[in-house]
Design a protein around this ligand. Structure first.
Ligand SMILES: Nc1nc2c(ncn2[C@@H]2O[C@H](COP(=O)(O)OP(=O)(O)OP(=O)(O)O)[C@@H](O)[C@H]2O)c(=O)[nH]1
Ligand SMILES: [Mg+2]
Length: 449
């Protein structure tokens, strides 16, 4: 996976500082040279890479590491914060007088995201929102969008047998153009052939959109860079939306897309439902991207930093009684890496989490399981991941086939889920645990559903 590659390369670069006591100019240069190579190999654009490595070089020469902090940790913290900086703070878009054009390749989530963003603005800002379905290639696109927004109060314009996208947009703007926000969904492209390019250019010309959002699936990886470039050349991308971050993909491609278009991520999609949209937070995104836990000992941010918060958030969610396969996966992922949970676990009675502290071979075994679980989970529908009880023999067979595993392995995953769920239940009933969680999280009561 390309993204794994980026992470590995960054870790290798940081590894050059391992065991060093002081940072001389030579060591800093060697490190930044290696980092530059890592980023370039990961399809970062040249200017961004230069900026980033120069800033890190300067900061390394100027900033003293906190006492007791290893140099490699110090450097990793910087890489982290500079990557967060590239993605920038979330961009606030005022939902007034906006025409938004959604573009992207096939199946990335454009239509779903069109509905999500429309609902987001309508619900949160109380403004009038309309959408236009200008995809004349995907059969049933208009029906899909209408269905997603059924009963929502967002006006949907489309032409059932329309063949000409440009004229649909023209008619649509005439009909619903007075809304505060008009969002136009366009056809997915496999790759951009000339006809589709012309069609998109026509639409862009007529729409005179104030925002052009590129929709990218989190799984796309580094090819997101060239894809973004193509769309950017055509319509001038102003914002990026990363979809399917609810899955196991970490969304690294988005970084290279953003580094090419300079169009910040505005939203992330975290599920199939219209309400599954979140405003983007770069720190959470980068920590997920780098797999914070993986770099245990390398990353050591101040306590107010997010990885701890994220662990807390997950723990709190786990405690809430809902326990999906994704929750289990994330829990295991965190445990296998034990970045922050170690710190949390150290406050808890031994074995409270069913694991206490794990030996490194146990961690390795868990990592192996995770990889297999991820592959199996990729063959499941969202509904199945949310409610694994649905998984009876026929579905198990399908998932086994789809993921190249045996039925026994799929059943093993389900057994693990059942075991984890029971464990979580057990903890909920434990008053001592509850009190400790409360004091750690500094809340009066944890809501235990
Ligand atoms: N899990 C998850 N699924 C999503 C998300 N966004 C979209 N999907 C699903 O991805 C599939 C494709 O989504 P669409 O919105 O139809 O994608 P599209 O880009 O419009 O596709 P085309 O019109 O065919 O190019 C659908 O099954 C969606 O439900 C997301 O954030 N999370
Ligand atoms: Mg679509």
């Amino acid at each position: 996976m390309a993204l794994e590659g980026l992470k590995r390369r960054i870790l290798n670069s940081v590894g050059l500082l391992r065991g060093k006591k002081t940072l001389d100019e030579e060591a800093v240069k060697e490190f930044t040279r290696s980092l530059r190579r890592s980023l370039l190999e990961a399809d970062f654009n040249v200017r961004q890479t230069k900026d980033l490595t120069e800033r890190i070089q300067r900061r390394l020469m100027e900033d003293e590491p906190r006492p007791g902090l290893k140099l490699e940790t110090h450097a990793m913290n910087m890489v982290y914060s500079e990557l967060v900086r590239i993605l920038g703070p979330a961009r606030e878009i005022r939902p007034h007088n906006q025409t938004v054009l959604m573009v992207g390749l096939y199946g990335q989530g454009k239509t779903t995201t069109t509905a999500k963003v429309a609902e987001w603005w309508r619900r949160r800002h109380g403004v009038k929102v309309a959408v236009i379905e200008a995809d004349v290639h995907r059969p049933g696109a208009f029906a899909q969008l209408s269905q997603l927004l059924d009963g929502s109060g967002v006006e949907v314009y489309g032409e059932i047998d329309g063949k000409d996208a440009a004229s649909i947009v023209r008619n649509g703007l005439r009909k619903v153009g007075t809304a505060d926000v008009v969002i136009i969904d366009t056809a997915g492209r496999d790759s951009l052939d000339e006809d589709l390019k012309d069609e998109l250019l026509d639409i862009a010309e007529i729409a005179q959109a104030t925002e052009r959002f590129l929709v990218i699936d989190a799984q796309v990886g580094q090819s997101a860079g060239p894809i973004a470039e193509t769309f950017h050349d055509l319509v001038g991308v102003t914002g990026t939306i990363v979809t399917k971050l609810d899955g196991t993909a970490r969304g690294g491609g988005a970084l290279s897309a953003v580094s090419i278009t300079n169009a910040p991520i505005v939203f992330v999609g975290e599920g199939e439902r219209v309400s599954d949209l979140e405003r983007f937070e770069s720190d959470r995104f980068i920590s997920r991207l780098l797999g914070m836990g993986d770099i245990k000992g390398l990353i050591d941010l101040a306590p107010e930093d997010l990885d701890e918060q994220e662990a807390m958030r997950l723990t709190q969610r786990l405690m809430s009684g809902r326990f999906t396969l994704n929750d289990m996966y994330q829990q295991m992922e965190m445990m296998s890496k034990i970045g922050t949970l170690d710190r949390i676990l150290s406050h808890l009675p031994d074995g409270m989490f069913g694991m206490g502290s794990m030996s490194s071979s146990q961690k390795r075994a868990m990592q192996g399981n995770l990889e297999r679980y991820r592959i199996m989970m990729d063959s499941m529908t969202q509904e199945e991941k949310d409610d694994p009880n649905l998984l009876k023999s026929e579905r198990i067979r399908r998932i086994a086939k789809g993921s190249g595993s045996s039925e026994k392995e799929v059943k093993g995953l389900l057994a693990q889920w059942n075991k984890s769920k029971k464990m979580m239940r057990g903890m909920k009933g434990n008053r001592q645990f509850r009190r400790q969680m409360q004091s750690m999280m500094d809340v009066d009561d944890i809501e235990l559903v």
